[in-house]
Design a protein around this ligand. Structure first.
Ligand code: FES
Length: 145
């Protein structure tokens, strides 16, 4: 969904400004030349999608990027979450909860926006499973390096 920024749903004050900043200037947005795993996650409610790619070295997330399209909440959550994960151990992904993503956004998330907020987290969780080989048919550890 191409979105005209709705300043009402993005909350108030500095938190709203932070979300709008991440939406208009998303961090870690783009594609990696080399990556270990990627996953495309789709929001069937709106048709938006995001693809996350990850490059891991010695169990550390050396680089991580996303591309696709989404609303302000979706884009901001992706930008914030990937910024936090970059440089962390890959196991860190297992400890990221949806509540943590809501905390990063720091605004109330209505039920209709939950999928928006968690689109990237779902992609990251799937990537972790792919990297760990739990989704065997999609493991891509060497092919793209
Ligand atoms: Fe599509 Fe939010 S409206 S991800």
């Amino acid at each position: 969904m191409t979105e005209i920024i709705d300043r009402n749903f993005a909350g108030e004050g500095i938190y709203r400004e932070n979300i709008l900043d991440h939406y208009t200037h998303p961090r870690n947005f783009g594609k990696l030349d080399k990556f270990n795993a990627e996953h495309r996650e789709f929001n069937p409610l709106c048709g938006d999608e995001t693809t996350v790619q990850i490059k891991v070295e010695n169990n550390v997330i050396e680089d991580i990027k996303f591309h696709g399209k989404g609303c302000a909440i979706s884009m901001a959550a992706s930008s914030m979450l990937l910024t936090e994960l970059k440089g962390q151990k890959i196991e860190t992904i297992k400890n990221i909860t949806k509540e943590h993503v809501f905390e990063l956004l720091s605004i109330p998330i209505s039920p209709v926006r939950v999928k928006c907020a968690l689109l990237c987290l779902e992609a990251v969780r799937r990537i972790h499973k792919k990297y760990e080989g739990e989704i065997v048919e999609e493991v891509n550890k060497k092919i793209c390096l």
